[in-house]
Design a protein around this ligand. Structure first.
Ligand code: MCN
Ligand code: CUM
Length: 794
């Protein structure tokens, strides 16, 4: 494909440069912080220096006396408005501004509104808070100790830090399978706390119009309609008096699903001052106080026969949810999608038990390009399979091949109740092995080990099954809201169109790919289709973009609505051609009379006629507009096979990722170039998590990853030149056979990298080491003295 070819928009699916890039690459994106409203004031948040402390008093008088300060809001102000606490998306409540206690370092304590950003920041220093420090719970494994301080004593009668116990699968049957298994392998694994760290931090501008009583919130959100409903519930305003606008979003990765206290403070600030109030957090605030991900302490066991037939998997998890439970959890299960941990294998029995606890850390626990805990689930099973291969003396790729689900088993109901829609797993794995040159790699490894090469080579394999496209009502909701998404399509008289969607792009290229879906269905060029999203006043209701659900849900809605338009066009064409609608046949872009290809009308001609004075048959409406609400019957299950090759220097612990092969199957690809971009990004994320990222805390609960000096995100220097392959197994229940892909690579790649590093460490007798495999962690593992990555203790 040449550059020029890519500039010609395909009339449907295919490679095409992103329409939005015209503004992004020229620096003309319009982000929340680019918006300035007349008379706008600026807010700043005062945050807790302690992980756990009682608030004895807050003196705001000096701040209020600052000449440029317009308002100082504390928890007390909010209490008087009944706004001190807000619901989280995981059936908990979270303090908007702390009243009684602070429960994590960086928690919101007060909000200053001033005439400019600098004065607001300056005035924070004038607020005098008297704290009484309390002992914090930092290590999740100590959270349920008898003598652990109770973090959530705001809840009456609460005497411990226990949030939930949840299980899935059949415990008795799994125990029985384990009892008769010839081989059992077990391992403790930590998926450490990581953070999505989008390039644009979070923020909002709240504009309460005192005359009309209408609140407009411009905000960094992946889910504008969900935010509107939550504002309605929190503030008691009717939804038609709230407009949420999500302009260009500089990355989300799950970080922008939930509602943060700063947003609510901006709203209150605007109500109190009668002016628009902008609040934008800085990088440290984003890293310290917004929704993190993982923090899963897993104990996994895998049972098999001597010849490598996997029989069962058993898992116990301790889940650290921080001080308030979760900001993003579109599922009815407290452990999200974790119960898909049986992965891609044909397993007889499985069981998991998850216990959630509070600790004195930032709340969240779920989202980071993760499909809500599938990242943890895939990592767990893919590490266990590798450990099993190690103990059985089998090649890890061969062991996987023996146990993968076979194509004829689909649709497949997993042992924990998930119905996988379609797949051809052996084909994807074979393709990855071939692309990587797996046999030659193993031969090279053997040769180098034989020759005593001081650099240790490792090859890591992982296979993943994702479950995306929330989703079916039995599994999912947000605050009781179902997961259907709307689409509206308007075709103008000249045949140009506008598509209105409830999902919200944060860089995934929706303006392009959703136009391509309409183009494929109607034969209107994608260049002639505008995609409107991110404004609740202009778009139909729907729960937004996360869990790679836009293509599975809104993509389906788009195809359905375009087909409705096509059927309306058929009736108009039949009037134009004076034939029965049944005598018309469709080819992309036009209806023509069966048997007479010359007698036809293009969609553009039909659109004009539909708006004209043409006499239409009884019952046929004019215009071609249509709308649709799509209620997905199931999730879609993309999958893939990843192979990572590393060279490890055992003297320094340095890991170099030498090669990475990723074969992804996301069903029908709308825009393969965008899909590849999504995969590239996710693979980089995987390297980040596997090799460098962790949010660690010291024993006092001090956050040790509050800047990009400490919390490392990978750059192109750490990434190899990715090599991608694909297979296409359409989803049988999706109107265009597409599955989501946005999180696939983040979900699938960490295990491949970690498996590769541990393969390289095999000669040193290292079985397992927890992420991130920094040089220090690798070196320490070789010394037999592993690091605890989550705590700053050695
Ligand atoms: N696509 C396609 N063909 C398919 C599947 C997807 O062409 N078979 C295209 C889609 O049309 C869309 C993109 O690939 O343009 C991603 O689609 P999808 O998998 O449906 O995911 P979403 O659009 O719902 O995006 C959400 C997903 C999530 S949950 C996270 S987290 C993440 C991710 O997307 N955050 C991102 N990718 C990201 N990419 C960017 N640049 N920024 C983020 O914040
Ligand atoms: Cu799990 S991060 Mo994405 O679903 O927004």
């Amino acid at each position: 494909m040449t550059a020029t070819e890519e500039h010609v928009s395909p009339m449907g699916y295919g490679r095409m440069h992103r329409k939005e890039d015209a503004r992004f690459v020229r620096g003309h994106g319009n982000y929340v912080d680019d918006i300035t409203l007349p008379g706008m004031l600026h807010g700043a948040v005062l945050r807790s220096p302690f992980a756990h402390a009682r608030i004895l008093s807050i003196d705001t008088s000096a701040a209020e006396a600052h000449p440029k300060v317009r308002a100082v809001i504390t928890g007390q102000t909010l209490e008087s408005l009944d706004l001190a606490w807000m619901p989280t998306l995981s059936h908990d409540v979270q303090a908007v501004l702390a009243t009684d206690k602070v429960r994590f370092q960086g928690q919101e304590v007060a909000f200053v509104v001033a005439e400019d950003r600098y004065s607001a920041r300056d005035a924070l220093e004038l607020i005098d808070v008297d704290y009484e420090a309390l002992p914090p719970v930092v290590d999740a494994r100590r959270a349920l100790d008898e003598d652990a301080p109770v973090i959530r004593d705001d809840v009456e009668g609460r005497t411990d830090n226990h949030i939930f116990d949840w299980e899935a699968g059949d415990r008795a049957r799994t125990d029985e399978v384990f009892a008769r298994a010839e081989v059992v392998v077990e391992q403790d694994m930590l998926y450490p706390r990581v953070h999505p760290a989008p390039m644009e931090t979070c923020g909002a501008i709240a504009d309460m119009d005192a005359i009309t009583g209408k609140l407009t919130v411009y905000t960094t959100t992946q889910a504008p309609h969900a935010h509107r409903t939550i504002y309605a519930l929190v503030a008691g305003l009717p939804e038609h008096k709230i407009r949420v606008v999500s302009p260009d979003i500089g990355g989300g990765f799950g970080n922008k699903v939930g509602i943060y206290p700063g947003y609510v403070c901006a709203v209150v600030g605007s109500i109190v001052t009668g002016k628009p109030v902008k609040w934008m957090e800085d990088r440290s605030e984003n890293l310290m106080s917004t929704s993190f991900a993982r923090d899963y302490h897993m104990h996994g066991e895998i049972a098999s026969t001597k010849d490598g037939r996997i029989l069962g998997v058993r898992v116990n998890v301790l889940a650290d949810h921080g001080a308030f439970n979760g900001t993003a959890q579109p599922t009815k299960f407290p452990a999200g999608f974790f119960s898909v941990f049986t992965g891609s294998y044909d397993i007889e029995a499985a069981h998991c038990a998850v216990t959630g606890v509070y600790t004195n850390k930032a709340p969240g626990g779920v989202a980071y390009a993760c499909s809500f805990r599938i990242t943890e689930a895939v990592y767990l099973i893919e590490r266990l399979v590798d450990l099993l291969a190690l103990d059985l003396g089998l090649d890890p790729a061969e062991l996987r091949m023996r146990n993968l689900l076979r194509p004829e088993q689909f649709p497949y109901v997993s042992k924990t109740g998930w119905e996988y829609d379609s797949g051809d797993y052996p084909r994807a794995l074979s393709k990855a092995l071939e692309l990587a040159g797996y046999d030659e790699l193993r031969a090279e490894q053997a040769r180098r080990r034989e020759a005593g090469d001081p650099t240790s080579m490792g090859i890591g394999v992982s296979f993943f099954t994702e479950a995306v496209g929330a989703g079916p009502r039995k599994h999912m909701d947000i605050l009781g809201l179902g997961m259907a998404d709307g689409a509206e399509l308007r075709v103008h008289p000249t045949g140009k169109a506008v598509l209105r969607l409830s999902c919200q792009s944060q860089g995934q290229g929706h303006e392009t790919t959703f136009a391509q879906i309409v183009a494929e269905e109607l034969g209107i060029s994608p260049d002639d289709i505008d995609v409107v999203h991110g404004d609740t006043d202009q778009t139909p209701f729907g729960l937004g973009t996360y869990g790679s659900r836009s293509t599975p849900v809104s993509g389906a809605a788009t195809a359905v609505v375009a087909r409705r338009v096509r059927e309306r066009a058929r009736l108009v064409a039949s009037a134009m051609l004076e034939v029965s609608p049944d005598d018309l046949e469709w080819e992309k872009g036009r209806w023509f009379v069966k048997g007479d290809r010359e007698a036809g009308k293009s969609i553009q001609d039909i659109a004009m006629a539909a708006h004209s004075s043409l006499e239409l048959p009884e019952g046929v409406e004019g215009h071609l507009d249509a709308s649709c609400v799509y209620n997905p019957p199931n999730l879609t299950y993309p999958f893939g096979a990843y192979i990572c090759v590393v060279d490890v220097d055992p003297g320094t612990g340095q890991v170099k990722v030498r090669d990475f092969v990723a074969v992804d199957d996301c069903g029908v690809r709308i825009n393969p170039m965008i899909v590849e971009g999504q995969v590239h990004g996710g693979l980089a994320d995987g390297i980040g998590m596997a090799l460098m990222q962790v949010m660690a805390f010291d024993p006092d609960g001090n956050h040790l990853g509050g800047s990009f000096m400490d919390y490392l995100v990978p750059t192109s220097m750490e990434c190899p030149s990715w090599r991608l392959g694909e297979t296409v197994t359409p989803s049988p229940h999706h109107p265009i056979g597409a599955k989501g892909v946005g999180e696939s690579a983040t979900v699938g790649s960490p295990a491949a990298v970690v498996n590769a590093v541990l393969d390289a460490l095999k000669p040193f007798g290292v079985r397992h080491a927890d992420m991130p495999l920094t040089p220090a962690a690798v070196w320490r593992a070789i010394q037999g003295n592993p690091l605890r990555p989550d705590l700053a203790v050695t």
